[in-house]
Design a protein around this ligand. Structure first.
Ligand code: TYM
Length: 332
């Protein structure tokens, strides 16, 4: 078992990233070999200011370490520091088909109405994402639900490449999605949209850097309905906002939605929201304190990323060489 996953260094971590991916990575590093990277080559598929990107890479490394990623246990690196990623992406881009990429819902969502003006990189980036995991023979890729389609594409590319070259070169990776609602944490303003960094209103998400009072305000103002909480998860089927808040509580406490509801059935959000805010503050406040400390350690963060990149490059090289050879390219 080898775990590989990535995150774009887009400023702040939010609760969706944490519950959907990062806190699961933290648990997995105790059990198996893990590689985690900052997907900075993905970040440039949309307009981003160069100075901001440079700053965000270090900031995201600090945020991951503050959240519990231990660079002694996991390999932590920025994927622009390992040229094997874009090298393999080129080869895999010649296996992937236009039709496969055209079906990617995230491209459709991110390119919006102006597809002609989207970068070619935004369209082909799922191929780079496939290279990110295939390079390391990843068996498990822990992600939130929104990345499932991209990992399935990586599987398709791996199988097509193996078939075409008559090799067993690539391991087909499996998306590894957490149970319950943590797989898709929704906006606090609209229960049908996922919580995301790009949503306009900051009130729609909880950020790792929000102070206790901000967390309390955001939960207090989170959209809900006037009904009391039901006795079991089925009662939340048509109540997207309520389902999201209960799901967040369940994910934080590592309990089922039914177990949380057993404590709150018949009660309203006047009771539930303060308890949820307390649970969030208890989770996030120590992470935030660590992050503020780590931000000052720029040289140490750079050292960690350099060491991680060296380890990753060494692990990637044999697979990259074999891919060149499999398609008939000379490798010295
Ligand atoms: P990114 O940076 O958008 O998100 C990082 C991780 O957080 C998860 N996530 C969520 N989970 C639950 N609810 C949400 N609202 C929510 N928002 C984000 C994402 O599913 C992801 O696991 N393309 C990837 C980065 C990437 C990658 C990879 C991931 C690049 N190469 C290879 C896995 C393997 C991305 O943009 O994630």
């Amino acid at each position: 078992m080898r775990v590989v996953s990535g995150i774009q260094p887009t400023g702040d971590l939010h609760l969706g990233n944490l519950l959907g991916a990062i806190l699961r990575w933290v648990r997995m590093q105790e059990e198996t070999e893990c590689l985690f990277f900052l997907a900075d080559l993905h970040a440039i598929t949309v307009d981003v200011d160069p100075a901001t990107l440079r700053k965000n890479v270090r900031e995201m490394a600090a945020a991951l370490i503050a959240s519990g990623i231990d660079p002694e246990k996991s390999t932590l690196f920025a994927h622009s520091d390992v040229p094997a990623h874009p090298e393999l992406a080129w080869i895999l881009g010649c296996t992937a088909k236009m039709g496969w990429l055209s079906r990617m819902t995230q491209f459709k969502a991110k390119s919006g109405k102006h597809k002609e003006r989207a970068s070619v990189g935004l369209f082909t980036y799922p191929v780079l994402q496939a290279a990110d995991v295939l390079l390391y023979q990843a068996t498990h890729v822990p992600v939130g639900d929104d990345q499932k389609q991209h990992i399935e594409l990586a599987r398709d590319i791996a199988e097509a490449f193996n078939h075409h070259t008559g090799s067993e070169l690539f391991t087909a990776p499996a998306p590894y999605i957490g149970g319950g609602t943590a797989a898709r944490v929704m906006s606090l303003r609209n229960g049908t949209e996922k919580m995301s960094k790009s949503a306009e209103s900051d009130m729609s998400r909880i950020n790792l850097t929000d102070d206790d009072d901000t967390i309390l305000q955001k939960i207090r103002k989170a959209r809900t309905d006037p009904e009391p909480l039901p006795e079991s998860a089925e009662g939340l089927a048509e109540r997207a906002e309520a389902r999201n808040l209960v799901g967040i509580m369940a994910a934080i406490e590592d309990r089922s939605v039914d177990a949380v509801l057993a404590d709150y059935a018949g009660k309203g959000f006047g009771d539930f929201k303060p308890a949820l805010a307390d649970a969030l503050i208890a989770l996030l406040s120590p992470l935030r304190t660590r992050l503020l400390e780590l931000r000052k350690e720029e040289a140490e963060l750079d050292r960690i990323l350099d060491a991680g990149a060296q380890e990753a490059a060494a692990l990637a090289q044999p697979t990259l060489d074999a891919a060149y050879q499999a398609v008939g390219l000379r490798r010295r």
